[in-house]
Design a protein around this ligand. Structure first.
Ligand code: NDP
Ligand code: 8X3
Length: 257
């Protein structure tokens, strides 16, 4: 296992769920964190907690990853000690709705594609050149089981995550010959704010997604991200699919009630 002490880790979507769990696991190991999301007050709470618990140095960016110019400005205006990003965790993402494609909502589609695909591309495009010129770096993209298996009503979300998978593979190929590593982590059901967001705050519907089964937690996924990043430098874990024991495929799940 390699040490990530004092490495600079940029995590998008760090205000909740998997991103917040990644922040904790990397803080515990002594990394310096750049945390990005739209809800700065949530980021601030996490930074305060990590500062108290692990004396973590944290730099916060209030950022909408869909806004290319904002991404460019945020990255170009990083204070000097924060500029050399060692690890990029492209985690910001969301699903909206579960409609049939031919009845789908245009705004939902745009939100998913702009966040999950274009946002990930923007971050990657602005961060990876520095990694290449320094000869050091790791990009971890959070994909999904949904990028491997489409389910009814999943159409555009599944398409966006299939794109994450293809983009991760493309980036790995394009970086061949450099020491930069690229991993795509594809979780199954993880209980976070994900379903709340998908169903626009309908808590009852969101809770049903996890009813009668034991879902993954954000911490479970963060452990896997941490494992990938701390392998020896010559080892690249290209992809991982992790699911709860109660989930076999996107639609085949075991519920106890
Ligand atoms: P959460 O809703 O708990 O977290 C999503 C994070 O993404 C939040 O921090 C949110 O922050 C951020 N985010 C959303 N849109 C934007 C944006 N435009 N700009 C910046 N940040 C944004 O869900 P999860 O933790 O579950 O989701 C994290 C990733 O994991 C996503 O990519 C999701 O697709 C993926 N995933 C989730 C699974 C699950 O079952 N939960 C399974 C497989 C993959 P804010 O609102 O403050 O901007
Ligand atoms: C989230 C998992 O199956 O709800 O990516 O789409 S799923």
């Amino acid at each position: 296992m390699i040490s990530i002490k004092d490495e600079i880790v940029l995590i998008t979507g760090a205000s909740s769920g998997i991103g917040a769990s990644c922040a904790k696991v990397f803080a515990q190991a002594g990394a310096k964190l750049i945390l990005a999301a739209r809800r700065k007050e949530k980021l601030q709470e996490i930074a305060d907690l990590l500062g108290k618990e692990f004396a973590t140095q944290v730099y916060l960016i209030e950022l909408d990853v869909r806004d290319r110019q904002a991404v460019e400005i945020a990255l170009n205006s990083l204070p000097e000690p924060w500029q050399n990003i060692d690890i990029l965790i492209n985690n910001a993402g969301l699903s909206r709705g579960l409609s049939k494609l031919h009845e789908g909502d245009f705004q939902d589609w745009e939100e998913m594609i702009d966040t999950n695909v274009k946002g990930l591309l923007y971050l990657t495009r602005y961060v990876v050149p520095g990694m290449v010129s320094r000869g050091k770096g790791h990009v971890v993209n959070i994909g999904s089981i949904a990028g491997r298996q489409t389910y009814p009503g999943g159409n555009v979300y599944c398409g966006s995550k299939a794109a994450v998978r293809a983009i991760s593979e493309g980036l790995k190929q394009d970086l061949l010959g450099t020491p930069i590593r690229v991993s795509c982590i594809d979780p199954g059901l993880v209980e976070t704010e994900f379903s709340q967001v998908r169903f626009h705050g309908d808590t009852e519907r969101a809770e049903k997604v996890y009813q009668g089964l034991t879902p993954l937690t954000g911490d479970d996924v963060a452990d896997v991200v941490f494992f990938c990043v701390t392998r020896p430098n010559h080892v690249n874990i290209s992809e991982i699919l992790l699911v709860p024991v109660d989930q076999a495929t996107t639609t085949l799940v075991h519920r106890r009630n």
